[in-house]
Design a protein around this ligand. Structure first.
Ligand code: SAH
Length: 262
């Protein structure tokens, strides 16, 4: 059977500038990861991306206990901007919130916005951990960017500062709502790249309060959408809505790069 096109299987997100001949220094944790987890040696190739200038092949030129040095060689992929889709979600407990960060990254969100609502039970959110999850998922799924993870805000503040040209899909478990596919389909008439800015809002496990839903319904940029007759867990709802949006308006028609079979 034919094998997939070869490429560096190790991908690392770095903040450093990338360009031919640039030297990128990795800290002790990442040097340890390269040496002891991936068992790489000097001379191995690694793919690097910084979210700005695409993906570059780099060679490990020095791999010590305290640091690793990589020398950037050639560009493997030019930068592409992903779809302009945000996910606003009420914080939920440890496991599921990590899952949202990881899976939403795989599903291509540009920005993750934790939002506290009236019935949000979880108050302590570890933003650094969410960012780490997003980086790890971006490395694994071959994205060229890492989603921005914003600090948590209250729903009131989020809505007060909302950019009115960004459509907000409210995943509404109660009250009137259009099935999500029906709400998105008309926008698929617009040419790709010209479909505007979007966001999805998912409530906490306790659901939105009546007053919150009433207020949201009145806002001109909000479209309440339904995800079927079952009550989904918040993490399921977020991922289902993201997958629908990507299939209808996003990059669902593209194929993964580097995965063609000869
Ligand atoms: N405890 C609430 C349900 C909350 S589910 C109740 O029993 O009514 C958590 C969040 O997931 C909801 O606030 C909503 O944003 C989303 N959600 C769950 N099921 C949904 C559905 N069928 N349609 C749209 N959104 C849904």
């Amino acid at each position: 059977m034919a094998s997939p096109t070869q490429h560096s299987s190790t991908r690392l997100y770095v903040d450093a500038e990338l360009g031919r001949g640039a030297e990128v220094m990795l800290d002790a944790d990442r040097a340890h990861y390269l040496r002891h987890v991936l068992r790489l040696e000097a001379g191995a190739t690694v793919a690097l991306f910084n979210g700005r200038v695409g993906e570059w092949q780099a060679r490990v030129t020095d791999l010590g206990k305290k640091r690793a040095v990589l020398t950037v060689e050639t560009q493997a992929r030019p930068q592409e901007d992903g779809p302009d889709l945000w996910l606003a979600f009420a914080p939920i407990k440890h496991g599921p919130i990590d899952l949202i960060a990881e899976k939403a990254t795989e599903l291509g969100v540009a920005l993750l916005q934790p939002v506290t609502t009236q019935r949000t039970a979880v108050t302590r959110i570890n933003i650094a951990r969410l960012r780490a999850n997003a980086i790890e998922a971006a490395q694994q799924c071959e994205r060229l960017s890492v989603p921005i993870v914003r600090d948590a805000v209250t729903l009131d503040k989020l809505l007060a500062e909302w950019p009115h040209d960004r459509c907000l899909l409210l995943c509404a478990e109660a009250g009137s709502a259009t099935p999500i596919a029906d709400a998105l389909q008309p926008h698929a008439q617009a040419p790709r790249g010209n479909r505007g800015a979007w966001a999805i809002l998912v409530g906490p496990e306790g659901g939105f309060a009546r007053a919150e839903l009433d207020a949201l319904h009145k806002l001109p940029f909000v479209t309440p959408v339904g995800l079927g007759p079952r009550i989904l867990r918040a993490d399921t709802a977020a991922l289902a809505a993201l997958a629908c949006w990507q299939a209808i308006l996003g990059d669902g028609q593209q194929r993964p790069p580097h995965r063609s079979f000869a």
